[in-house]
Design a protein around this ligand. Structure first.
Ligand SMILES: [Ca+2]
Ligand SMILES: [Ca+2]
Length: 488
């Protein structure tokens, strides 16, 4: 017991000495990105922290979870005052020279109201190489620690408190391209800024924006937007789509397609089924007319208000879709772009599916007319006869036709995977996958059901005739009199 009283005396004595004289020996080294918890136990106590930046960089400092008024200041290596670290907000000191800095934390006029106060302190600053956490992408509170993101790839993260900032960066090598950035699934009001490499603000938004960009490196800062005391943290998804040299698209979503430069090329009269995954998502498609002619674009099967715009090759807006969701115009040869977008969803819709069809002059589409006869091995291609290995037949009142023969005569590419028995048919930008063991067919990633399974007879795969019209988008005419099938 005696011993305890004695050590308490020593601590008190040490604290008085600390406040009135030097503090160097008690200075705590604060590692970049780490949170340190501490408590001030008297109104004249000061606690000192040291940071060593190894490169010129921004320094982001905040005090969180304070239980009493506490103020803090930043000093250089000679203890010259640099600035206040504001209470209840975070402070970013821009481009500090590499070196040693000190942070002083002390009570702010406690009088008799407070006898102690705890807090958490965090400083993020340049300290050489950094490894980002794979789920939070921290530390990322400064530009120098921005997490590099890839075009079209979704980032799901959180602002862990009101002082947290999340920086991301990306580089584009393409001049006069666009970037499309959006936030989705936010659990609190969250905003983002887009900066260039000179720290100049380009644009700000709390949902989505499209912006023309020159080649270069850009930064996105994600931060709280008037949380007051209503929110203590906030999750969000962030997607930035910008120009890259890669034109690869996900075969089922056609993403990334949020910018005109990343437009997915669609073939004439091959319906595209896709979705806007939230109100900030936009989908660009391109069509190329090899000669002048009529262009008919239509949007159907929309599950939420969805519209489209048409642009020419110079990004000039030609038209909006009318309320009839269709567009028809005689256009010159060249490339055009269709942008599908959410039309004022508010909070009513969170995603929406649609079917987009564009018909336009395009010589690459084969226009063969195929004439088949039920139970006959003789077929006619544009009037010229050909012999089939196995004749078309009916089963369960369904007419079945040879898949490879019909598909290839229509200009499609047919591949068979001997391991999985998957048959892939590619026509006019559409990808159809079927399997001889399944009623299910995937057309550009969405499922359709066949009335009967594909059937293999003497090595020839047969599919229901309706498959040809629905999946390959062809017109099928049935003549009951002579039992003929005309596909065109
Ligand atoms: Ca952060
Ligand atoms: Ca998109």
């Amino acid at each position: 017991m005696k011993k305890h009283i004695l050590s308490l005396f020593l601590v008190m004595f040490a604290m008085v000495g600390f406040a009135s004289t030097s503090h160097a020996s008690d200075t705590i080294y604060l590692e970049s990105g780490n949170t340190h918890s501490n408590t001030l136990t008297s109104s004249d106590e000061s606690q000192w922290y040291q940071i060593n930046t190894t490169q010129d960089s921004d320094v982001h400092i905040y005090l969180a979870n304070t239980t009493a008024p506490i103020n803090s200041s930043l000093y250089d290596s000679n203890k010259n005052f640099i600035g206040i670290i504001a209470w209840n907000v975070s402070s970013t000191f821009q481009t500090l020279k590499a070196g040693t800095y000190y942070i002083e934390v002390k009570p702010d006029h406690w009088d008799d109201r407070y006898s102690s106060g705890s807090y958490e302190i965090k400083a993020t600053y340049g300290s050489g190489n950094v490894t980002h956490d794979s789920t939070t992408f921290e530390p990322n509170d400064t530009r120098e620690y921005a997490f590099p993101i890839q075009s079209g790839k979704k980032i799901s993260s959180l602002l862990s408190n009101v002082y947290d900032l999340d920086f991301y960066k990306f580089s584009t090598t393409v001049d006069s391209g666009d970037v499309h950035i959006y936030l989705a699934n936010t659990s609190a009001p969250i905003k983002f800024d887009l900066y260039d490499s000179n720290k100049q603000l380009i644009a700000s938004n709390n949902s989505s924006l499209s912006q023309p960009l020159k080649a270069g490196t850009y930064y996105i800062k994600v931060y709280d937007f008037y949380w007051d005391n209503k929110y203590s943290s906030g999750t969000y998804d962030l997607i930035a789509t910008y120009s890259t040299n890669s034109k690869e698209h996900n075969p089922s979503t056609f993403e990334p397609n949020d910018t005109l430069e990343n437009a997915f090329p669609i073939k004439s009269n091959a319906p595209i089924k896709s979705q806007l995954s939230n109100s900030g998502d936009i989908d660009f498609y391109s069509i190329t007319l090899n000669k002048e002619g009529n262009v008919n674009v239509s949007l159907s099967d929309t599950s939420a208000p969805t519209r489209f715009k048409i642009y020419d090759a110079n990004k000039k807006l030609l038209d909006y879709s009318s309320s009839s969701q269709s567009y028809s115009k005689y256009l010159a040869a060249g490339t055009y772009y269709i942008e599908v977008y959410a039309d004022y969803w508010g909070n009513q819709y969170s995603s929406g599916t649609y079917t987009l069809t564009a018909g336009y002059p395009n010589a690459t589409t084969k226009s063969n007319e195929i004439l088949l006869y039920l139970n006959s091995k003789t077929a006619y291609i544009n009037g010229k006869s050909k012999t089939l290995a196995v004749a078309p037949f009916t089963k369960k009142e369904t007419t079945l036709v040879p898949l490879r023969f019909v598909s290839e005569e229509l200009g499609a590419k047919v591949d068979w995977n001997s391991k999985t028995n998957d048959i892939t048919v590619q026509l006019n930008g559409s990808k159809i996958v079927l399997n001889t063991n399944s009623y299910l067919v995937t057309v550009n990633g969405s499922y359709k059901t066949l009335q009967v399974k594909p059937e293999v007879i003497n090595g020839t795969t047969f599919v229901p005739l309706r498959f040809v019209s629905e999946a390959l988008g062809k017109t099928v005419l049935w003549n009951a009199k002579n039992k003929s099938i005309l596909i065109k």
